[in-house]
Design a protein around this ligand. Structure first.
Ligand code: FAD
Length: 430
């Protein structure tokens, strides 16, 4: 989206046409997903409508399934091609920008595919929010202690910012919501963070990572380092330290891997499956092919070690997108290309409302100041003035009124009630 936005602004009339192929008609600002899960930002405001923002581009809602760069062709499936039963349509191009991001990196753990949920999309974030509140409703209504215990046990796997922020925000929301339940107390809930290495939040540095562990543990969150999830079959989370937790909630945020469409192309990949990129954001050894973001192994020119790649994060992705667009324009106009060079500025993470941790430009912050910095930083980064204003308005309203604690889980099955009325089967319990 950032590349297309920049191109649309800078292209001269008639110079080129930009086609954006995207499965969803919106761009997701992923760093706001934990706040969306907590109900601090409504789901519509963490996404940016592409048709409105990219009004000079042609938007194709579909998914690139394969790319034959030698023939300058992408095969794209759309809802229409599915309806028609064709295998997809071919889009030919002169220049290719391939930036499909990453997908969750999973492991063959028993039960994972059946019971776990990821945390990369707005649907997952809102689904998880509804699910957590629903578990509190189940716990409040059941007379079976085993059902209650499983409902109130929440296991998060992966201590990077996605896992820690999602857990921090959801625990905070559930703790607040508990005041409206006569028989669910915050201390009845078990929140568990499972991390395979000896630290969490490597992005904020060792000291701040240790602070984050202390802060989470002070809220009774069970942080287990050097521990792995071995199984979650039959809704029992079995950890490598031998402990077993019956649970209805396993959130998997243990890293990302490049999008599978990259392997369905004739473009060069490195050992980790990322596109081999040059510092100019071209794809190595090819012409007229460009890449950026999580999918691209872009050399980090600021690193002391040779061969270091830019880490997969938004900080690099949005900056690369701008340089990429400028380089595409320069190449169209026969001008020299620029190198992408950005020294990692550090990171900010929210651990719940008014709680955070930050290590940015050498400055370490914790608690409220870090949380404020997290909000200010991301507000400055979320694209378009329109989104900024909406998010700010929501935060302001949330400061004036009580938190919203309603679960709209039935939105996921909108026809269920009608089907029942029409004599169908009731939906199976999730
Ligand atoms: C919960 C969470 C919190 C995060 N917090 C931070 C943070 O605080 N700071 C930070 O720097 N980073 C953060 N990140 C990481 C950051 O969001 C990603 O690094 C960044 O979004 C990568 O940008 P991208 O453009 O490469 O990929 P994406 O943002 O994933 O965009 C890729 C797009 O390509 C589309 N696509 C995929 N496949 C196809 C296909 N076959 N055809 C067409 N389109 C396709 C996808 O639908 C998507 O819209 C966070 C991530 C998560 C999940």
């Amino acid at each position: 989206m950032y590349t297309a936005l920049h191109l649309q602004r800078k292209l001269r009339s008639g110079e080129a046409e930009v086609i954006v192929v995207t499965p969803d008609p919106y761009m997701t600002y992923q760093p706001f997903l934990p706040e969306a899960a907590a109900g601090s930002i409504s789901p519509r405001h963490v996404v940016v409508p592409l048709r409105r923002v990219l009004d000079k581009c042609k938007i194709v809602i579909g998914e690139a399934k394969s790319i034959d760069h030698a023939k300058r062709t992408a095969t794209v499936t759309t809802l229409a091609t599915e309806e028609e039963g064709t295998g997809g349509m071919e889009i030919t191009y002169d220049e290719l920008v391939l930036a499909p991001g990453s997908v969750s990196r999973t492991l063959p753990i028993p039960g994972l595919a059946d019971y776990a949920i990821g945390f990369k999309t707005v649907e997952e974030a809102i689904g998880l929010r509804n699910h957590v509140i629903e578990q509190m409703d189940i716990a409040s209504a059941t007379r079976d202690p085993a059902v209650r215990d499983a409902a109130l046990t929440f296991v998060f796997v992966g201590g990077g910012y996605a896992g820690v922020e999602a857990l921090g925000e959801l625990e905070d929301m559930a703790r607040y919501a508990a005041r409206y339940y006569h028989n669910v107390k915050p201390q009845d809930m078990k929140w568990i963070l499972v991390e395979a290495t000896g630290r969490i939040l490597p992005e904020v540095g060792e000291e701040m990572g240790k602070y984050a562990i202390r802060e989470l543990r002070s809220r009774n969150i069970d942080v287990r380092l050097e521990t792995r999830l071995d199984s979650c079959a039959d809704r029992v989370a079995v950890l490598s330290d031998g402990s077993r937790f019956p649970t209805r909630t396993v959130v998997w945020t243990a890293g990302v891997k490049p999008h599978p469409v990259l392997a369905a192309s004739d473009l060069p990949l490195n050992g980790r499956g990322r596109l081999t990129a040059t510092a100019k954001l071209t794809i190595e050894g090819t012409e007229h092919a460009w890449t950026a973001g999580d999918a691209a192994a872009v050399p980090d020119l600021t690193a002391d070690e040779k061969d270091k790649e830019c880490a997969p994060n938004a900080q690099h992705a949005v900056r690369q997108a701008k340089v990429l667009a400028e380089n595409v324009l320069a190449s169209l106009r026969g001008e020299p290309l620029k190198n992408y060079e950005h020294k990692y500025a550090g990171s900010v993470a929210s651990l719940g409302l008014h709680k955070g941790v930050a290590h940015v430009y050498g400055r370490k912050l914790k608690g409220y100041p870090a949380w404020l910095m997290h909000r200010t930083y991301h507000l400055s980064r979320v694209p378009t003035f329109n989104r900024k204003a909406r998010v700010l308005a929501e935060w302001t309203l949330a400061g004036l009124f009580k938190r919203e604690i309603v679960s709209l889980g039935s939105l996921e099955h909108p026809r269920a009630e009608f089907e029942l009325a029409a004599g169908g089967e009731p939906p199976k319990n999730k």
